[in-house]
Design a protein around this ligand. Structure first.
Ligand SMILES: Cc1cc2nc3c(=O)[nH]c(=O)nc-3n(C[C@H](O)[C@H](O)[C@H](O)COP(=O)(O)OP(=O)(O)OC[C@H]3O[C@@H](n4cnc5c(N)ncnc54)[C@H](O)[C@@H]3O)c2cc1C
Length: 316
């Protein structure tokens, strides 16, 4: 296959997307940790069709591409990202009755927490746990986001996925091979394969009285407020190792309040690493290394990152 040059690819993307394409856009503006250098090319898409077309063009040209949802589960390097970052704003949502339940079809750029609220106001249960979880439906489907004893796995009927070199394919819940914050798609990077892209998801919902759903969601929100700190972060940095909470281990290792530059391990919840203003991605990564090493030394446990480190890191 003869690959197009970057210049030709940029021209092609510009022809299709016009000024939706930008050059050298700071990713700190698009991530919840508020860190990260520039994306070489940055494209905002507004529909599943545009998302698919963007990934298709990049893949065909041999240009690395990365789908950015809410940027709430990634740590972007200060060096930024080479290739094309596709900001997913495909947000169309629809509902249809199916037997005793309702199926919601959401484009992958829909905001998960807003969708959960919309479901509650329609008297549809199943996503209350997602109130307050930042990010998009696509990010949640890839990472099997979850809280309060539930997760995406519990609601997903199917996902429409764009596969590099193949095109659209519908994945059943079983094909997503979900585990704790894991899925077949999340493993693409480790497996060194071109990333598949979630275009939309079908979620199964159950009719329930609005006041019951609202009370449940309010309870979850109160719990979140009580346990989690505010501020710029990526949420839980590490996965909970079997039989332990990562926050407990980091706390017991004596690291609550430990800081490097403006990056600090939260006093309220030690698995949250907060950017207090001017932190760099490298500051946060150094905190990650400190926590990982301390926990291994003191408990012999090697924690696994929940957050994905992406972009051009100096150590790579
Ligand atoms: C304050 C706070 C609280 C949080 N609480 C929770 C919680 O309770 N439970 C929980 O599970 N998580 C939690 N998180 C983490 C985060 O919100 C979830 O992981 C969320 O689902 C990530 O979605 P996103 O759109 O932000 O993904 P991003 O961070 O933008 O992307 C994450 C990964 O998914 C990929 N991706 C995104 N969209 C697509 C797509 N359409 N197709 C293919 N790949 C895609 C990206 O390329 C990247 O590899 C929290 C985060 C914060 C900051």
């Amino acid at each position: 296959m003869k690959l197009m040059t970057t210049v030709q690819t940029v021209e092609r993307l510009r022809r299709i997307f016009g000024d939706q394409l930008r050059v050298s856009e700071s990713l700190a503006r698009h991530t919840t940790a508020r860190v990260g250098g520039p994306a070489e090319l940055f494209l905002t898409v507004n529909s599943a069709e545009q998302l698919e077309a963007a990934a298709e063009v990049a893949y065909a040209a041999g240009l690395p591409y990365f789908v950015l949802g809410g940027g709430s589960n990634i740590l972007v390097a200060d060096g930024g990202m080479t290739g094309l970052v596709i900001l997913n704003r495909a947000r169309k949502v629809s509902f249809r009755h199916s037997g005793a339940g309702v199926v919601c079809t959401a484009e992958s750029g829909a905001n998960l927490s807003a969708l959960a609220r919309q479901c509650i106001s329609r008297g549809l249960g199943g996503l209350e746990w997602a109130i307050g979880v930042p990010g998009t439906v696509g990010g949640a489907v890839v990472g099997n986001a979850g809280a309060h004893g539930s997760d995406i796995d519990a609601s997903l009927l199917a996902a429409t996925v764009w596969e590099p070199g193949y095109g659209r394919r519908v994945y059943s819940r079983e094909e997503m091979a979900y585990g704790y914050r894991e899925s077949a798609l999340k493993r693409d990077r480790e497996d060194n394969r071109a990333r598949r892209v979630v275009l939309s998801a079908e979620l199964r919902l159950k009719p329930e009285p609005v006041d019951v759903l609202t009370a449940r969601a309010d309870g979850f929100t109160a719990m979140r407020k009580e346990r989690q700190p505010g501020g710029a972060s990526t949420g839980s940095m590490f996965k909970n190792p079997e039989n332990f909470y990562a926050g407990y281990l980091i706390d017991t290792a004596g690291l609550k309040g430990f800081r490097i530059g403006d990056a600090v391990i939260s006093e309220k919840h030690a698995n949250f690493f907060i950017n207090e203003g001017e932190a760099t991605a490298e500051d946060i990564r150094a905190l990650v290394a400190e926590a990982w090493n301390s926990v291994r030394e003191q408990f012999g446990i090697e924690m696994e990152l929940e957050v994905e480190l992406v972009g051009d890191w100096a150590f790579e």
